[in-house]
Design a protein around this ligand. Structure first.
Ligand code: AMP
Ligand code: ZN
Length: 478
């Protein structure tokens, strides 16, 4: 498999530390709210990588952390100048707002996060470490970094990483130290005067007098972890000092992953990159707007289900766009993806009734090859459309190929198999509506409109049959 590597800025072959074993770490959700569909697009990338590698005979171990402490409301390092109020731990801010404990909030949203993943056929990770349960590993990591001279205890009893102790700082994101000006990150829990250098960051933050929840006793006093510390500790704890692939959204490239790289490389033995391949997913827009709580433009998986869509329509819509390009999800895209998914499932049902025939191995290699080439899922979807329409390939073979390839696409393409082809419950509401309109057009002898509606119904995979007893719908057989 080949994937774009943020570190080398090119598409590199995935070279795992051990043959046919892939260790993957995915930055997970901060569980103070529901994950939105943008988050899900990023989480899907990890699933697609793992599915592709398993298809190639790899054994995969996937770890995805649950951030339930330490992620500040502005940890991006980008928009702090525009902030009106001081950033705060996202978990604690929600706790203050709702009166519930941070733990209760975390449990509720973690549960919902797993449910959302399942709705999108994203395989569960092998491990979901929680930051609040990994404090010992973080303290071990911090101790190591102090011993190696990469970290120091500040006068405020916070522990800081010394950016200058890591000469290749900036290699991942391009934000080199000499270009970073003082104040490029603002964090109220970090005392600028306690830092030796402005680009240093807190590995461990002193709790002070006001913070009452989510603090731990340490040799340096009571405090809580910095967000970047969590991912270094949890990833190396569960995957060791060689992580084959690390994924996350593009906003995590800096400072989260830049800092994580500095910490992990400095704490590991020997002189090697802990993460061999960095993969970043581009952001999702919804109806051309950035998805953010403050702008009120947040769409959840459940919102899409509530509008009558199958949640796997979201997955299909994502697959039609390359993960490395920004994507604009719209209700129109969802509607056309629903049509395509319905049509494929109906056809797979029809094809399942033909005798099984051998798969076209050339086509299988071509389609799985698209996944393996930096997740070129739009090409894979196109190839599936061509296969669907191909007159050379028998129905029995199409059935086998769609079923087999679904281990990569994850769209439940065989879901309709065994369902009664003509049962009315299988006819989607919009098709019934079109049929009603056509019946009305025929009654008023508007043949042109009636023909036009017949074509629209055919587009949706149904054939209109006019009999002496009335009009019937049949699934279109190709
Ligand atoms: P969070 O729960 O905010 O920590 O984000 C979880 C993951 O979703 C991270 O990998 C983010 O980079 C990613 N992410 C956040 N916003 C978007 C978006 N609009 N589109 C795609 N991924 C996103
Ligand atoms: Zn992370």
């Amino acid at each position: 498999m080949r994937l774009y590597n943020t570190m080398t800025r090119k598409i590199d072959p995935v070279e795992t530390a051990h043959p046919k074993i892939a260790r993957i770490y995915a930055c997970g959700p901060t569980v103070y709210r529901d994950a939105h569909v943008g988050n899900m697009r990023t989480f899907l990338v990890t699933d697609l990588i793992a599915r592709t590698l398993r298809h190639q005979g790899f054994r995969t171990t996937v770890v995805q952390n649950i951030t339930d402490v330490g992620h500040m409301a502005d940890d991006t390092g980008l928009g702090e100048a525009q902030l009106d109020s001081a950033p705060q731990d996202k978990m604690l801010a929600e706790s203050e707002k709702t009166g519930q404990s941070a733990l209760e909030i975390a449990q509720r949203f973690e549960h919902r996060f797993h449910h959302d993943l399942a709705q999108l056929n994203i395989y569960p990770a092998d491990h979901y470490p929680k930051a609040s349960e990994s404090i010992d590993s973080m303290l071990d990591l911090i101790r190591k970094l102090i011993d190696s001279g990469n970290a120091y205890v500040g006068i405020d009893n916070s522990v800081y990483f010394s950016a200058e102790s890591f000469p290749s700082y900036g290699a991942l994101s391009g934000n080199k130290l000499d270009a970073l000006r003082p104040g490029h990150k603002f964090d109220p829990d970090e005392n600028e005067s306690a830092k030796r250098f402005h680009a240093d960051w807190a590995l461990w933050k002193s709790a002070g007098d006001t913070r009452t929840q989510l603090t731990w006793e340490t040799p340096w006093g009571r405090g809580f972890p910095g967000w970047h510390t969590e991912c270094s500790a949890m990833s190396m704890d569960l995957l060791g000092e060689s992580i084959d692939i690390h994924t996350g959204g593009i906003d995590l490239r800096f400072p989260h992953h830049e800092d994580e790289r500095a910490q992990s490389n400095s704490a590991s033995s020997g002189d090697h990159e802990v993460v061999r391949h960095w993969v970043h997913a581009e952001h999702l827009l919804f109806e051309s707007r950035k998805m953010s709580k403050s702008s009120g433009n947040v769409v959840l998986v459940q919102d899409i289900i509530d509008r009558g869509y199958d949640p796997l329509v979201i997955r299909l819509a994502f697959l039609q766009h390359r993960y490395r390009s920004q994507m604009n999800l719209t209700w129109e895209v969802l509607a056309s993806s629903q049509e395509l998914l319905d049509r494929w499932r109906r056809k797979v049902n029809v094809w399942s009734q033909s005798a099984s025939q051998a798969m076209d191995q050339g086509l299988i290699a071509e389609i799985s090859g698209h996944f393996a080439e930096d997740l070129n899922t739009p090409m894979a979807i196109n190839a599936l459309r061509i296969l669907e329409k191909s007159p050379q390939i028998s129905d029995g073979s199409k059935f086998e190929m769609f079923s087999y390839l679904d281990s990569l696409f994850g769209l439940d393409l065989t879901r309709e198999v065994g369902h009664n082809l003509n049962s009315l419950s299988e006819i989607p509401p919009d098709v019934s509506q079109l049929l009603e309109q056509r019946n009305a057009a025929r009654s008023s002898r508007d043949w042109a409109l009636s023909d036009q509606l017949r074509d629209q119904i055919a587009e949706r995979g149904f054939t209109v049959v006019d009999t002496s007893e009335g009009t019937q719908l049949e699934t279109t057989k190709t």
